[in-house]
Design a protein around this ligand. Sequence first.
Ligand code: F6R
Length: 240
Amino acid sequence: MKIIVTDNYDEMSKVAAELIAEVVERKPTATLGLATGSTPIGCYKLLADFCRQKRLSFASVKTVNLDEYVGLSASHNQSYAYFMRRNLFDSIDIELSNTRIPNGSAADVAAECAHYSALLKNNVRDVQLLGLGSNGHIGFNEPDTPFDSVTHLVNLTENTVTDNSRLFKNLEEVPRQAITMGIAEIMQAGKIVLLASGQNKARAVYDMCRGPVNAACPASILQRHPDCVAVLDKAAASLL
Ligand code: F6R
């Protein structure tokens, strides 16, 4: 795993945006694996700037997202579908029909997982962007998820529900389940760019980079990826 330590969140976002832009410049029909959460927002802003400045076009790009809450429709303002429109898709020249996110309001969640897994087989990611949970999760693959997992339904841990509650009115409103891309599918991407910012990620960053590769820290599997770059700010890298 290559590790890049930057001074702060903005610098981390710049490095990340350049890494994604390089992929799209080299291959305008690239498939991007995308993440939600607070961490990639700065990177998405810069990618939108690149598009506005005509440096980059997403007109032929496809995207597949990592995960979605179960029970939230795409129009709910805390759904990841809504997040992607607001933070990226509405500001770039992508065709919305080329973007995919698990359907959190599917009546048959198992069928939706199987459908999404099949879709991922046909849309191999040239680059996968990842955030990192404070418990070491990637996507919503919580600790002890098998490394060979594919898209599945997750019961979110209390840790994750609490972390995510900052975006909801109260803890009771936070969905307890999600559909997530599995670890095996995350690892299929040609390149992985993992972002982490802030002191509250420092322990997970240490376990990811220096700890044993085991399911207690799902992100530790990234040590085995042939082209993974961890872009960290100083606070997140403080225990390395
Ligand atoms: C989001 C995702 C999660 C987040 C992680 C960090 O699609 O899959 O793994 O990347 O929970 O979230 P933030 O960036 O909000 O700290």
